[in-house]
Write a protein that binds this ligand. Sequence first.
Ligand code: ATP
Ligand code: FE
Length: 365
Amino acid sequence: KLVLGIETSCDDTAAAVVDETGNVLGEAIHSQTEVHLKTGGIIPPVAQQLHRENIQRIVQEALSASNISPSDLSAIATTVKPGLALSLGVGLSFSLKLVDQFRKPFIPIHHMEAHALTIRLTNKVEFPFLVLLISGGHCLLALVRGVSDFLLLGKSLDIAPGDMLDKVARRLSLIKHPECSAMSGGKAIEHLAKQGNKLHFDFRPPMQRAKNCDFSFSGLQHIVDKTIMQKEKEEGIEKGQILSSAADIAAAVQHTIACHIAKRTHRAILFCKQRDLLCQSNAVLVVSGGVASNLYIREALEIVTDATRCTLLCPPPRLCTDNGIMIAWNGVERLRAGLGILHNTEGIRYEPKYVVPFIIFMQFA
Ligand code: ATP
Ligand code: FE
């Protein structure tokens, strides 16, 4: 069985072919990051246009690398939500054309389900396991009980941690810093933090008293913004120049975010263990998303998993960020489980009626 996966939910046009054992036959990806860095953020119509320009080539490259033609496919799997509506639309309409032309089953994919299941392609991980997704667009904790059986334990009430790190890095003008100019915001903060002293600033982790597993980053971001403004005054420099205390701020911000993420995750592990939702002796925490590549945050999470006798697993970096492989693999998982396979495109509109696997769970003490 071969599944073609297509991903266009945000700023990457990606495709891959994966077989039922998880072998990646071929993949291709086109990243729009460079264009969006120049405009200081993603402008949806620009992203849509770039997806349109690249989708045909990327899918063709993935098929050619796999040495197969569309008629060899068992199904086509495509991200249908969540994401930027304009971007999702490009992948979906392209896929539906292929589906019609080659008469293949179509498997709509929930982007977060795909991120969560990626670990099963690289490691032997059985259900249930806990997943923490931390990226530029998402922040959530969920218990994965089956291919399409998720219990959402917590999510960010405002922005995602990667988004916050990007904003702080921009505010600190790290793009002008000789050592970090080519790095993403989060990576630049991680790099600079190594040269700083986290104790020079005392940012408090958010939501210390909230009895749930939700996250929040925008309040912290405002406090950091104010601190930067104050420091600029003290150091007598203009906005846009690099503070001499930039490394200390980076270290303190990274430390505070790591504490926050680790504490919320700790709550989720204890919650699941107390209710026997996770294996007592061999529970697994999977951490994925661009922010998961941060080693300081990983160390904080390791302290939590060691203390709760859990195993911490992360997919390799290229599978942590958006890619076509995870979409194809999610298609394989759904095909094997006989879930969500559509045999004609009638009724599939721009936003197909598709059951979101994440169930909002009640808050707990
Ligand atoms: P989505 O949320 O839809 O998956 P995205 O493109 O925003 O999409 P990713 O590609 O997974 O997310 O990750 C990008 C984010 O990860 C950026 O916000 C970036 O700053 C952050 N990031 C990358 N490297 C690091 C790092 N070493 N430490 C912290 N954050 C990082
Ligand atoms: Fe993603």
